[in-house]
Design a protein around this ligand. Structure first.
Ligand code: PMP
Length: 328
C-alpha cells in the first residue's frame, strides 16, 4: 500500500470510496493548436491538475503531508493543522481536513484572490490574513511565529520544508508521466513555488530515465502576477529547494502568461489559471528549440479562482488562423 492509497475504512470487507482515492491520475492532454509551429516530431503534453478533488496540483502534497502526520501521531489528536499558503495548498488542506475532521488554520497573504479566500472560508478553515506587501514570505513568517507561540495548539505542516511535499510528486506525478508517455518523455518543465512539483517529479524521472531534461521556470521579477510561483533570488528559499537540480531557471513574464491563458482557453478549450499559462509559455519555449521530443508540463489549476480579474478574461482576442476539426 502506498501512502497515496491510504484508505480510511469503517469495514474490513467493504472499502469506502473517499476523496483520497481520486487524488492524482490526472489526464495528460496534448496541445494541438498551440504546437502547430513546432517541428512535426515534437509534441507538448500538459498534466490537467484541476481534475484533482480540491481543484489543484496541491492535493497531492497536502494529502501526503496529512497522511504522514496521521501515521506519526502528529494529527488526529485534536491539534490544528497550521501552515502558510498562497491559496491552493490551503484549499487542499481544508478539503481533506473537513473530510477527516482535522481543524485547519492558515496564514494567507491578504492579496490572495477573493475567490480563494471565499473557498477557504466555505471549507471552514480559520484564516489569518497577512500584509499583502510581504507576499507569501509574510505568511511564512506569521505561521512560524504562531507555531513557536502555541505548540500545544498547532501542528505546523511547513510545506516549504516538509519532505512529504516533494515525495508526493516522486510517488505519483513522476510515475504517471512515465506511464502516460510510455516512457517517451524527453523534457519536463515546471514552475517553482515551494518547488515540490519540480523537485519530486524530476527526481523520479531522472532515476528512471537518466537522459531526461528537467527545466524549472520562475517569474522574471520579485513583484509579479504569477500567483503560486516564487521569484527565488528575492524570496525565502524553501528548505526542499534543490538548487543543483534546478540550475538556471527560465524566466516568464506575467504579461506572457496572461496572453497564454487566453490562447489556451480559446485555442485549446483549456480554461486554466495564470501559472498554467506561464507553464505553457516555458514549455513551448523549450519545445521550439527541439527537432524531436516529448515535452511535458504541469497545469496546476483551472481559471475559476481568477475570474475576478475581469479585464484579463474579457480581452478581445481570437485565433488568427482558426483551423477546424481534430479530436477533442
Ligand atoms: N501554481 C499554482 C497556482 C500554485 O498554487 C502552486 C503552489 N504554490 C504552484 C504553481 C507551484 O507548485 P509547487 O509549490 O509544487 O512548486
Amino acid at each position: 500500500m502506498t501512502l497515496l492509497d491510504f484508505r480510511l475504512t469503517e469495514s474490513n470487507t467493504i472499502p469506502l470510496d473517499s476523496l483520497a482515492f481520486h487524488v492524482g491520475d490526472t489526464p495528460l492532454l496534448p496541445l494541438r493548436r498551440l504546437s502547430r509551429s513546432l517541428s512535426p516530431r515534437t509534441r507538448v503534453f500538459v498534466k490537467a491538475e484541476w481534475f484533482n478533488p480540491g481543484g489543484s496540483v496541491k492535493d497531492r502534497p497536502a494529502l501526503n503531508i496529512i497522511q504522514n502526520a496521521i501515521l506519526h501521531g502528529d494529527l488526529g489528536n485534536g491539534k490544528r493543522l497550521l501552515d502558510s499558503t498562497s491559496g491552493n495548498m490551503g484549499i487542499s488542506y481544508a478539503t481533506f481536513g473537513a473530510a477527516l475532521g482535522i481543524p485547519v488554520t492558515l496564514a494567507v497573504p491578504a492579496s490572495a484572490s477573493s475567490e480563494r479566500i471565499s473557498i477557504l472560508k466555505a471549507l471552514g478553515a480559520e484564516l489569518i490574513l497577512t500584509d499583502p506587501l510581504e507576499g507569501s514570505d509574510g505568511a511564512i513568517l506569521k505561521a512560524r511565529e504562531l507555531a513557536a507561540e502555541r505548540p500545544d495548539l498547532y501542528w505546523y505542516a511547513n510545506q516549504y520544508n516538509n519532505d512529504a511535499n516533494w515525495q508526493a510528486h516522486y510517488l505519483s506525478t513522476g510515475p504517471e508521466i512515465i506511464r502516460q508517455t510510455n516512457g517517451q518523455v524527453t523534457h519536463f518543465v515546471a514552475g517553482l513555488g515551494t518547488s515540490g512539483t519540480f523537485t519530486g517529479t524530476s527526481r523520479y524521472l531522472l532515476e528512471q530515465l537518466p537522459d531526461v531534461n528537467v527545466i524549472a521556470f520562475q517569474p522574471d521579477a520579485p513583484f509579479h502576477g504569477l500567483e503560486g510561483l516564487k521569484h527565488m533570488p528575492s524570496a525565502i528559499k524553501p528548505g526542499i529547494y534543490d538548487e543543483s537540480m534546478v540550475g538556471t531557471p527560465l524566466e516568464v513574464r506575467t504579461e506572457a502568461a496572461h496572453e497564454m491563458v487566453i490562447r489556451l482557453a480559446r485555442e485549446e478549450g483549456l480554461f486554466v489559471g495564470i501559472s498554467s499559462g506561464a507553464a505553457v509559455v516555458a514549455a513551448l519555449q523549450v519545445a521550439s528549440e527541439l527537432d524531436e521530443g516529448v515535452v511535458v508540463t504541469v497545469l496546476p489549476d483551472a481559471g475559476y479562482k481568477y475570474l475576478s480579474d475581469k479585464k484579463l478574461w474579457e480581452q478581445d482576442w481570437s485565433p488568427t488562423s482558426p483551423d477546424v476539426g481534430g479530436d477533442v
